[in-house]
Unconditional design. Structure first.
Length: 416
C-alpha cells in the first residue's frame, strides 16, 4: 500500500491548502416522520441514534441536536419504525401515530443484564482476535448495493466556508473480498462562499470514499491498523447494551511507535456473536510533526499546520443475522499559523455518511467514468443549493442547527 493512500485512510481526510443506476426510492407517495429523540428520564437529546424500518434497509441517523426525519414509501405498508442507540432499549413506534408535526420520542435506558456465554475469552485482546476471526460469519459475504447520504462541511471558527452534501450510490463488496467498495454521486448540492476565506482555502480530498475506507471491519489492514494487534494494548472496560444486546467495551491505545501515528479509542463487541458493532477513536497527536504530516497533501511555503483534535465514529447495524455498515462520522480540528506573521486561524472539518437503504439483488457494478475517486474533491463535484425540495423522497441526515442556518443564509443570497 502506497504511503499516500495509507495517509488518506489514517487521517480520514486529506487537506489541500492553497494561497443513475443505484437504489432509488420509488417515485410515488411517501410519508414523512420528523422528530426529536430524548432520554425518557433526563430529557437529554440523543444524538447519532439509528432510526429504521424493521426488516428493510431503510433508515437514517439523528443529528447532533437529536433531530431526525425519516421518509417511508407507502408501498412498504410499514406499521412501525424503530429507534436504537447504545445503552438504550430499542424502541418501536407506530408510524400512524407519528405522522404530522414534529414529535418528541423518548428512549429508556436498558439495564445491563449479565448472562452466561459459551465462550469466555481470557483477556481483552482475545475478544478482539475472536471478533476479527468471525468477520466471515458475522458480516455480509455477498455484494450489496447501498444508498447513502453524505455531508461534509468546513468551518473557520464559527463561519462556514463550505457545505456539501449528496445522495450516493455505493457498491459494497463482500467483507472478506479483496475488492474495494465503490462510490458514485447520484444527486448532490453545495454551498458557494458562505463566507469568503481571506487567506487559506481548505479542500477535502476523498469525500465519501474515505468514509468507506474507515469501515474498520472491511479494511482491517488500513483504517486503524487492526491487521497487527501488536500495534495496540487492549483493556476490558464496562459493558453496554446496543440494539438490546450486551457488548463488551474494549479500550485500545498504541503499544508501539510506528512511522505513522496510531489511534486511541474503544471497540464495542457483541457478546452474542463476538462481532464488532461500534468503534470510537481519535488519532494519537502526541507527536505533533508526525500527526501534521498525515493530514496535509499540499500547502504553501511558510504555513504551519497543526491538528488539535480528531474524532471518528463507525457503527454497524444487524439485519437478518448479518452486520452492515450503518454510519461514519469524522470531525477534525486544526490550527494554521503563518511563519513571521500574526495570522492564526482555527478550522473544523466534519463529514458524515449514513446508509439509508440497501439491497442484494439485481446489482450492476458502476462504469469507470461514473466512479467518485479518492483523488477527487467532493465539493467540486456537486451543484449549488437552489431548491428546498431538492431531496424529494430520499432519506437524509437532518442538518445541525448551525449548518441549517448557514444553508438558509446561502439560499437567501442565491435568490437575490
Amino acid at each position: 500500500m502506497k504511503t499516500s493512500m495509507k495517509n488518506m485512510i489514517s487521517a480520514g481526510l486529506l487537506f489541500l491548502l492553497f494561497a443513475y443506476s443505484g437504489i432509488s426510492p420509488a417515485q410515488n407517495t411517501f410519508i414523512t416522520i420528523s422528530g426529536l429523540l430524548k432520554d425518557g428520564k433526563t430529557g437529554d437529546k440523543i444524538i447519532y441514534a439509528t432510526i429504521s424500518v424493521p426488516n428493510t434497509g431503510i433508515g437514517t441517523v439523528s443529528n447532533s441536536d437529536g433531530e431526525f426525519t425519516l421518509k417511508i414509501s407507502t408501498s412498504l405498508n410499514a406499521e412501525f419504525f424503530e429507534v436504537s442507540h447504545m445503552s438504550y432499549a430499542t424502541a418501536k413506534f407506530k408510524i400512524s401515530e407519528a405522522i404530522g408535526k414534529e414529535k418528541t420520542f423518548y428512549l429508556d435506558i436498558q439495564p445491563i443484564q449479565l448472562k452466561e456465554i459459551s465462550v469466555v475469552p481470557q483477556d481483552a485482546r482475545s475478544i478482539v482476535e475472536i471478533a476479527l476471526n468471525n468477520i466471515g460469519k458475522n458480516y455480509s459475504g455477498i455484494q450489496n448495493m447501498m444508498t447513502g447520504f453524505y455531508r461534509e462541511s468546513i468551518r473557520q471558527r464559527r463561519d462556514y466556508l463550505s457545505i456539501s452534501e449528496a445522495v450516493v450510490d455505493i457498491y459494497k463488496s463482500p467483507y472478506l473480498s479483496w475488492q474495494d467498495d465503490k462510490v458514485k454521486i447520484f444527486k448532490g448540492r453545495k454551498s458557494t462562499n458562505v463566507k469568503k476565506a481571506d487567506t487559506v482555502m481548505v479542500q477535502l480530498q476523498g469525500g465519501p470514499n474515505v468514509s468507506m475506507l474507515l469501515d474498520i471491519v472491511k479494511n482491517t489492514g488500513l483504517s486503524i491498523a487492526l491487521d497487527n494487534l501488536d500495534n495496540y494494548r487492549f483493556e476490558l472496560g464496562s459493558m453496554v447494551n446496543i440494539d438490546n444486546k450486551l457488548n463488551w467495551v474494549i479500550a485500545f491505545s498504541p503499544a508501539v511507535v510506528n512511522e505513522d501515528p496510531l489511534y486511541i479509542g474503544k471497540l464495542y463487541i457483541s457478546q452474542d456473536n463476538i462481532a464488532i458493532t461500534r468503534a470510537e477513536f481519535s488519532l494519537d497527536l502526541s507527536d505533533e510533526d508526525k500527526a501534521s504530516r498525515v493530514f496535509v497533501q499540499k500547502k504553501p511555503m511558510g504555513l504551519l499546520f497543526m491538528p488539535t483534535s480528531t474524532s471518528y465514529l463507525v457503527t454497524y447495524k444487524e439485519q437478518g443475522g448479518k452486520y452492515y455498515l450503518n454510519y461514519v462520522r469524522i470531525e477534525l480540528k486544526f490550527r494554521c499559523d503563518w511563519k513571521r506573521r500574526l495570522f492564526k486561524n482555527h478550522y473544523t472539518v466534519m463529514s458524515e455518511l449514513a446508509i439509508t437503504d440497501r439491497r442484494e439483488d439485481n446489482i450492476v457494478k458502476f462504469a469507470g467514468q461514473e466512479l467518485f475517486r479518492s483523488n477527487m474533491v467532493f465539493s467540486e463535484k456537486v451543484q449549488d443549493f437552489e431548491d428546498v425540495d431538492f431531496w424529494g423522497d430520499y432519506n437524509i441526515i437532518e442538518p445541525e442547527s448551525s449548518i441549517e442556518n448557514a444553508i438558509k443564509k446561502l439560499s437567501k443570497s442565491l435568490k437575490k
